[in-house]
Design a protein around this ligand. Structure first.
Ligand SMILES: Nc1nc2c(ncn2[C@@H]2O[C@H](COP(=O)(O)OP(=O)(O)OP(=O)(O)O)[C@@H](O)[C@H]2O)c(=O)[nH]1
Length: 384
């Protein structure tokens, strides 16, 4: 089942899953070391307190075994990547086995060694708190970790005919600690989520154009880099860039005001987005300039998309603040031709756009290149 957190906007859910995984990995590794240290200290505390350690293969040893096993698996996975389970699995294994051990020991001591009960209930207090802290996903996680061992505890206590009234005085401290743990863990979880949301907002501000909601230049360049690397590795996976520029946009601002100009830019972003596939990336390159990345697209596909965008703008006038505006766009298409840097390809798209403007605007021009078979100056031009 996929984790979705209602406090996190849907577009950040995927990043949130990564964040959660990272958090759980940290908790797993710290938890494993802490638990190991506690187990070793617990082992030697028998001698320090003058209590004879239990016989090998006693019930006490059997109860400890799953804890050591889950610690071992968590550390092994951290060092070697095997087993490659999700960190939450290790957290649940460690906390459930620890709970089983502590509750089991409590019953053993309650039955056979009543003198040791206060020490076990101390241990129960600490582990209730520790296990609650491992419930990194809130109440649901907490229930998964606590309910099965608690249920087994109640069944075992009933079978051993231990009266609940006798148990309650010893369980008061641990229960109080459980409440403290729950509050602490929920506070930490919410603080972590706040931090995640803040970071996402800062990231979004840094990569998104505030007017149109499109990617900005800063966020777009790495994507071209990435696509170039891919195209170089696999020659059949070429790609194209389309540079678009609104025609006579200054006139819109001058005639109707900047506010209307802004709304035209927004409507342009909507129309162009609607003309693209999901894997295409649209960016606001400058004032009224757009740059579009079309992955896995050759010259024919590139031209086709550019023509579609041109038609989406020109065929239907915009209604902005009750004003009817016919806003056209000129477009230059350049497909990857072995360029070494994104700037070289962008310049080719820009030159093609310049050609479209020079040819009268509201048209598409293909940059000359090996793939198109055209020679410099003879780029494909047309109203699409
Ligand atoms: N409203 C608004 N206008 C902008 C924004 N960014 C740039 N502009 C305007 O876009 C206009 C661009 O004008 P020009 O570069 O002369 O180009 P043009 O009028 O579109 O003419 P051609 O490109 O030659 O067809 C300028 O008036 C800028 O002020 C913006 O965010 N909002």
């Amino acid at each position: 089942m996929r984790l979705t957190n209602p406090d996190i906007p849907p577009e950040w859910q995927s990043a949130y899953r990564d964040f959660q995984r990272q958090r759980e990995r940290l908790f797993t590794i710290f938890g494993a070391w802490l638990l190991l240290a506690t187990m070793v200290a617990y082992h030697f505390s028998h001698e320090l307190r003058g209590v004879r350690p239990p016989e090998p293969w006693s019930l006490e040893h059997l109860l400890r075994l799953p804890v050591y096993l889950s610690i071992g698996l968590a550390l092994l996975s951290h060092w070697t990547g095997v087993p490659g389970w999700h960190p939450k699995v290790f957290l649940r294994m460690m906390s459930t086995s620890l709970m089983l051990m502590m509750l089991g020991l409590f019953l053993v001591y309650f039955q056979d060694k009543p003198g040791g009960v206060p020490q076990v209930s101390e241990g129960l207090m600490i582990s209730f708190f520790g296990v609650t802290m491992m419930a990194t996903r809130g109440l649901r996680d907490w229930l998964v970790q606590f309910l099965p061992p608690l249920l087994l505890f109640v069944i075992a206590a009933t079978l051993l005919r231990i009266s609940p009234a006798d148990l309650v005085p010893h369980l008061f401290g641990p229960t109080a600690m459980l409440a403290v743990g729950l509050i602490t863990s929920e506070t930490l979880r919410r603080l972590g989520n706040h931090q995640f949301v803040n970071e996402q907002e800062v990231k979004q501000l840094a990569t998104t154009d505030q007017l149109t909601g499109l990617l900005n230049r800063h966020a777009f360049l790495p994507l071209i880099h990435h696509e170039m690397d891919r195209a170089r590795r696999r020659s059949e996976r070429s790609f194209c860039l389309i540079m678009g520029d609104l025609d006579n946009f200054k006139r819109v601002n001058d005639t109707h005001g900047h506010e209307v100009g802004d709304l035209v830019l927004r409507e342009t972003a909507v129309r162009v987005s609607a003309s693209l596939r999901q894997q295409d990336v649209l960016c606001r390159w400058g004032g009224e300039e757009l740059l579009i990345l079309l992955p896995e697209t050759g010259p024919t596909g590139g031209l086709e998309v550019a023509r579609k965008i041109r038609a989406a703008m020109a065929d239907q006038p915009m209604q902005v603040n009750g004003i009817r505006i016919r806003q056209t766009i000129s477009l230059g298409v350049a497909c990857f031709d072995g360029e070494r840097a994104p700037e070289q390809l962008i310049t080719r798209a820009d030159n093609a756009l310049y050609g479209a403007k020079a040819a009268g605007r509201n048209r598409v021009v293909m940059a000359p290149g090996k793939e198109t078979g055209a020679t410099p100056g003879s780029g494909h031009s047309g109203l699409g």
